[in-house]
Ligand binder design. Structure first.
Ligand SMILES: O=C1C[C@@](O)(C(=O)O)C[C@@H](O)[C@@H]1O
Length: 231
């Protein structure tokens, strides 16, 4: 299925594709967290939903639950890419620095699937220069560069938003969000400054990261904030 990151994509993030009917009213896509699912490839084979899928098989060393061999983890992601509904795969920037990650990205692109190159920091929001470097590198190696950091202060959140705006001005396609309470509002505000993907669970109890809004709330917030008048 097709999915364009030219405009904002709201992804309902889930461990179960059975969430799709409930997500359909508010989401543009499903983020399928394969690492949190029991038998993800069978679930993808059985999928008959309307929404295109972003497949993520997050490694344990990047905050996920996939703890096996790197080659197997990325092979499963490529197998997901080869199913009809998957429009994009998420590959950690760290993996894209290695042959096994580059190979997975090449195989995904060979079946017309986009690559989201992602970076996560579950402790802090790095300095501006580091945020800029990471985001540009991710946007260069991926079709979308994604940066999820942890904000502790308003200054952290503002720094991430500013870097998002600058990257978008240079024509990088990026997705950003600050995890945690101090960063929560960035999930609604970053799209105003160019962030192209937001992640939200259908049910807040199923959040896949700290500080997420539920999908209906994020849809409303992004819709209200992004319809700013032209000046
Ligand atoms: O990378 C991201 C962003 C995220 O960590 C968030 O903060 O919303 C949620 C993850 O499921 C997704 O893969």
């Amino acid at each position: 299925m097709d999915l364009s990151f030219d405009s904002f994509v709201l992804a309902a993030s889930t461990a179960g594709l059975g969430d799709e009917p409930a997500a359909r009213a508010d989401a543009d896509a499903i983020e399928f967290r394969m690492d949190l699912a029991d038998d993800p490839l069978s679930a993808l084979d059985d999928y008959d939903g309307d929404l295109p899928i972003i497949a993520t098989n997050r490694a344990e060393w990047e905050g996920g639950e996939a703890d096996g061999d790197e080659v197997d983890r990325l092979d499963a992601l490529v197998a997901a890419a080869e199913t009809d509904a998957v429009a994009a795969v998420d590959i950690e920037l760290e993996s894209l620095h290695k042959a096994v990650g580059v190979d997975a990205a090449t195989r995904a692109r060979a079946v017309d699937v986009d690559v989201i190159a992602s970076v996560h920091d579950f402790d802090r929001t790095p300095a501006r220069s580091e945020l800029t470097r990471l985001l540009h590198e991710a946007a260069t190696l991926g079709d979308v560069g994604k940066l999820a950091v942890t904000a502790h202060t308003d200054a952290d959140a503002l720094r991430l938003l500013d870097v998002t705006r600058a990257a978008t001005e240079w024509d990088d396609t990026v997705a950003t969000m600050a995890m945690g309470e101090a960063g929560r509002h960035t999930r609604a505000v970053a799209p105003v400054y160019g962030s192209k993907i937001g992640y939200a669970p259908v049910d807040p109890e199923d959040a896949t990261a700290p500080g997420q809004y539920d999908v209906a709330t994020l849809r409303t917030l992004v819709g209200d904030l992004s319809s700013k008048p032209d000046v």
